[in-house]
Design a protein around this ligand. Structure first.
Ligand code: SAM
Length: 221
Protein backbone atom coordinates (compact mmCIF):
# COMPACT_ATOMS: atom_id res chain seq x y z
CA UNK A 1 0.00 0.00 0.00
CA UNK A 2 1.09 3.55 -0.67
CA UNK A 3 0.60 6.85 1.07
CA UNK A 4 -2.36 7.52 -1.28
CA UNK A 5 -4.04 4.30 -0.07
CA UNK A 6 -3.62 5.33 3.58
CA UNK A 7 -4.99 8.80 2.94
CA UNK A 8 -7.96 7.35 1.03
CA UNK A 9 -8.74 4.94 3.89
CA UNK A 10 -8.60 7.78 6.41
CA UNK A 11 -10.94 9.85 4.30
CA UNK A 12 -13.36 6.95 3.62
CA UNK A 13 -13.73 6.01 7.29
CA UNK A 14 -14.01 9.64 8.28
CA UNK A 15 -16.96 10.02 5.92
CA UNK A 16 -18.93 7.62 8.15
CA UNK A 17 -17.60 8.39 11.58
CA UNK A 18 -16.94 12.12 11.67
CA UNK A 19 -19.29 14.97 10.92
CA UNK A 20 -18.02 18.22 9.45
CA UNK A 21 -16.86 20.40 12.27
CA UNK A 22 -16.52 24.14 11.72
CA UNK A 23 -14.65 24.73 14.97
CA UNK A 24 -11.91 22.25 14.09
CA UNK A 25 -11.79 23.45 10.48
CA UNK A 26 -11.39 27.01 11.72
CA UNK A 27 -8.56 25.92 14.06
CA UNK A 28 -6.63 24.38 11.17
CA UNK A 29 -7.32 27.24 8.75
CA UNK A 30 -6.41 29.89 11.32
CA UNK A 31 -3.23 28.00 12.25
CA UNK A 32 -2.22 27.80 8.60
CA UNK A 33 -3.04 31.47 8.00
CA UNK A 34 -0.84 32.43 10.97
CA UNK A 35 2.05 30.38 9.55
CA UNK A 36 2.05 27.49 12.02
CA UNK A 37 3.47 24.19 10.70
CA UNK A 38 1.03 21.51 9.51
CA UNK A 39 1.97 18.98 12.20
CA UNK A 40 -1.20 18.61 14.25
CA UNK A 41 -2.70 15.14 14.76
CA UNK A 42 -5.13 13.98 12.08
CA UNK A 43 -8.90 14.21 12.69
CA UNK A 44 -9.05 10.44 13.27
CA UNK A 45 -6.22 10.62 15.81
CA UNK A 46 -7.74 13.64 17.52
CA UNK A 47 -11.03 11.85 17.90
CA UNK A 48 -9.25 8.76 19.18
CA UNK A 49 -7.55 10.86 21.86
CA UNK A 50 -10.94 12.26 22.87
CA UNK A 51 -12.48 8.79 23.04
CA UNK A 52 -9.60 7.40 25.10
CA UNK A 53 -9.76 10.26 27.60
CA UNK A 54 -13.54 9.94 27.80
CA UNK A 55 -13.39 6.19 28.30
CA UNK A 56 -11.33 6.54 31.47
CA UNK A 57 -13.55 9.38 32.70
CA UNK A 58 -10.71 11.91 32.58
CA UNK A 59 -11.38 15.10 34.53
CA UNK A 60 -7.83 16.43 34.50
CA UNK A 61 -5.81 16.28 31.29
CA UNK A 62 -2.23 17.40 30.60
CA UNK A 63 -0.86 18.04 27.11
CA UNK A 64 2.74 18.70 26.08
CA UNK A 65 2.94 20.50 22.73
CA UNK A 66 -0.06 22.75 22.06
CA UNK A 67 0.78 24.15 18.62
CA UNK A 68 -2.51 25.78 17.46
CA UNK A 69 -4.60 23.83 19.94
CA UNK A 70 -6.08 21.35 17.46
CA UNK A 71 -5.50 18.28 19.64
CA UNK A 72 -6.31 20.47 22.67
CA UNK A 73 -9.80 21.05 21.29
CA UNK A 74 -10.35 17.32 20.84
CA UNK A 75 -9.11 16.56 24.35
CA UNK A 76 -11.04 19.47 25.84
CA UNK A 77 -14.21 17.97 24.42
CA UNK A 78 -13.61 14.82 26.46
CA UNK A 79 -13.91 16.78 29.69
CA UNK A 80 -16.99 17.08 31.90
CA UNK A 81 -18.28 20.54 32.91
CA UNK A 82 -15.90 20.76 35.87
CA UNK A 83 -12.93 19.22 34.04
CA UNK A 84 -9.64 20.98 33.29
CA UNK A 85 -6.81 20.74 30.83
CA UNK A 86 -3.31 22.16 31.13
CA UNK A 87 -1.39 22.43 27.87
CA UNK A 88 2.32 23.32 27.62
CA UNK A 89 3.81 25.21 24.68
CA UNK A 90 7.25 26.72 24.15
CA UNK A 91 6.47 29.17 21.36
CA UNK A 92 4.44 32.25 22.36
CA UNK A 93 2.99 32.67 18.85
CA UNK A 94 1.68 29.09 18.87
CA UNK A 95 0.09 29.69 22.26
CA UNK A 96 -1.54 32.91 20.98
CA UNK A 97 -3.08 31.12 17.98
CA UNK A 98 -4.18 28.24 20.23
CA UNK A 99 -5.92 30.74 22.51
CA UNK A 100 -7.90 32.11 19.54
CA UNK A 101 -8.85 28.61 18.41
CA UNK A 102 -9.82 27.46 21.90
CA UNK A 103 -11.87 30.60 22.40
CA UNK A 104 -13.76 29.87 19.20
CA UNK A 105 -14.29 26.30 20.48
CA UNK A 106 -15.77 27.64 23.72
CA UNK A 107 -13.11 25.85 25.75
CA UNK A 108 -11.01 28.65 27.22
CA UNK A 109 -12.65 28.33 30.65
CA UNK A 110 -11.43 24.73 30.94
CA UNK A 111 -7.99 25.14 29.37
CA UNK A 112 -4.85 26.70 30.81
CA UNK A 113 -2.02 27.32 28.32
CA UNK A 114 1.40 27.50 29.96
CA UNK A 115 4.14 29.04 27.83
CA UNK A 116 7.74 27.92 28.40
CA UNK A 117 9.90 24.80 28.18
CA UNK A 118 7.62 21.91 29.21
CA UNK A 119 10.33 20.30 31.38
CA UNK A 120 10.34 23.45 33.55
CA UNK A 121 6.55 23.72 33.62
CA UNK A 122 6.23 20.10 34.71
CA UNK A 123 8.95 20.44 37.35
CA UNK A 124 6.88 23.16 39.05
CA UNK A 125 3.65 21.12 39.14
CA UNK A 126 2.13 19.79 42.34
CA UNK A 127 2.21 15.98 42.37
CA UNK A 128 -0.71 16.01 44.79
CA UNK A 129 -2.92 17.18 41.92
CA UNK A 130 -2.38 14.34 39.44
CA UNK A 131 -3.73 14.02 35.91
CA UNK A 132 -5.97 11.25 34.57
CA UNK A 133 -4.72 11.46 30.99
CA UNK A 134 -1.50 12.91 29.55
CA UNK A 135 -0.80 13.50 25.86
CA UNK A 136 2.90 13.92 25.03
CA UNK A 137 3.47 15.60 21.65
CA UNK A 138 6.26 18.17 22.17
CA UNK A 139 9.97 18.04 21.22
CA UNK A 140 11.12 14.43 20.81
CA UNK A 141 14.67 14.72 22.25
CA UNK A 142 13.06 15.43 25.64
CA UNK A 143 10.82 12.34 25.52
CA UNK A 144 12.83 10.39 28.16
CA UNK A 145 12.58 13.34 30.56
CA UNK A 146 8.91 13.92 29.74
CA UNK A 147 8.08 10.29 30.41
CA UNK A 148 9.82 10.36 33.80
CA UNK A 149 8.10 13.61 34.74
CA UNK A 150 4.65 12.57 33.49
CA UNK A 151 4.93 9.28 35.30
CA UNK A 152 5.11 11.30 38.55
CA UNK A 153 2.08 13.36 37.53
CA UNK A 154 -0.34 10.68 36.32
CA UNK A 155 -2.76 9.08 38.77
CA UNK A 156 -2.83 5.34 39.40
CA UNK A 157 -4.93 3.83 36.60
CA UNK A 158 -4.33 6.92 34.48
CA UNK A 159 -2.71 6.91 31.04
CA UNK A 160 0.14 8.54 29.15
CA UNK A 161 -0.23 8.68 25.35
CA UNK A 162 3.07 9.44 23.60
CA UNK A 163 2.86 10.36 19.91
CA UNK A 164 5.35 9.84 17.05
CA UNK A 165 7.29 6.90 18.45
CA UNK A 166 7.79 4.95 15.18
CA UNK A 167 8.88 7.75 12.87
CA UNK A 168 8.48 5.94 9.54
CA UNK A 169 10.30 2.94 10.96
CA UNK A 170 13.36 5.03 11.80
CA UNK A 171 13.27 4.20 15.51
CA UNK A 172 13.92 0.50 14.85
CA UNK A 173 16.43 1.15 12.06
CA UNK A 174 19.66 0.84 13.99
CA UNK A 175 21.72 2.13 11.06
CA UNK A 176 20.36 5.57 12.00
CA UNK A 177 22.45 6.78 14.92
CA UNK A 178 22.53 10.57 14.67
CA UNK A 179 18.88 11.62 14.66
CA UNK A 180 18.14 13.37 17.96
CA UNK A 181 14.39 12.73 17.67
CA UNK A 182 14.81 9.03 17.01
CA UNK A 183 17.37 8.78 19.81
CA UNK A 184 14.92 10.53 22.13
CA UNK A 185 12.27 7.89 21.44
CA UNK A 186 14.78 5.05 21.89
CA UNK A 187 15.94 6.42 25.24
CA UNK A 188 12.36 6.80 26.36
CA UNK A 189 11.71 3.14 25.55
CA UNK A 190 14.66 2.22 27.83
CA UNK A 191 13.10 4.27 30.62
CA UNK A 192 9.69 2.62 30.15
CA UNK A 193 11.27 -0.84 30.13
CA UNK A 194 12.83 -0.25 33.54
CA UNK A 195 9.67 1.22 35.05
CA UNK A 196 7.81 -1.72 36.58
CA UNK A 197 4.96 0.53 37.74
CA UNK A 198 3.95 1.36 34.17
CA UNK A 199 2.55 -1.00 31.56
CA UNK A 200 2.81 0.06 27.94
CA UNK A 201 2.46 -0.91 24.31
CA UNK A 202 3.24 0.72 20.96
CA UNK A 203 0.83 0.74 18.05
CA UNK A 204 1.92 1.65 14.52
CA UNK A 205 -0.42 3.86 12.50
CA UNK A 206 -0.76 4.90 8.87
CA UNK A 207 -3.03 7.60 7.53
CA UNK A 208 -3.12 11.01 5.93
CA UNK A 209 0.02 12.04 7.85
CA UNK A 210 1.99 8.96 6.82
CA UNK A 211 3.53 6.11 8.83
CA UNK A 212 4.13 6.60 12.54
CA UNK A 213 2.70 5.35 15.81
CA UNK A 214 2.01 5.98 19.47
CA UNK A 215 2.81 4.44 22.81
CA UNK A 216 0.04 4.00 25.36
CA UNK A 217 1.17 3.55 28.95
CA UNK A 218 -0.98 2.96 32.02
CA UNK A 219 0.14 3.52 35.58
CA UNK A 220 -0.27 0.32 37.58
CA UNK A 221 1.04 1.40 40.97
N1 SAM B 1 -0.42 18.53 19.81
C1 SAM B 1 -0.51 19.43 18.66
C2 SAM B 1 -1.67 19.00 17.80
O1 SAM B 1 -1.76 17.80 17.50
O2 SAM B 1 -2.49 19.86 17.43
C3 SAM B 1 0.77 19.40 17.85
C4 SAM B 1 2.00 19.70 18.64
S1 SAM B 1 3.44 19.95 17.62
C5 SAM B 1 3.71 18.36 16.98
C6 SAM B 1 4.70 20.15 18.81
C7 SAM B 1 4.65 21.46 19.59
O3 SAM B 1 5.55 21.35 20.69
C8 SAM B 1 5.06 22.68 18.80
O4 SAM B 1 4.07 23.67 18.87
C9 SAM B 1 6.33 23.14 19.47
O5 SAM B 1 6.50 24.56 19.50
C10 SAM B 1 6.14 22.61 20.89
N2 SAM B 1 7.40 22.46 21.64
C11 SAM B 1 8.64 22.24 21.15
N3 SAM B 1 9.54 22.20 22.14
C12 SAM B 1 8.85 22.41 23.30
C13 SAM B 1 9.22 22.49 24.66
N4 SAM B 1 10.50 22.35 25.04
N5 SAM B 1 8.25 22.70 25.58
C14 SAM B 1 6.96 22.83 25.19
N6 SAM B 1 6.56 22.78 23.91
C15 SAM B 1 7.49 22.57 22.97
Amino acid sequence: ATYEDWAREDSYHKSFLMARDEVLEYALANSEAKGLPDIAVTPAQGKYLKLLAQSIGAKRILELGTLGGYSTIWLGRALPEDGELVTCEYVQKHADVARENLDRAGLLSKVKIVVGPATETLAKMDKKEPFDFIFVDADKPNYPTYFKQCRQLVRKGGAIFVDNVIRRGGVSDLSITDDVRINGVREMLEVVKEDKGMDATTIGTVGEKGYDGFMYAVRLE
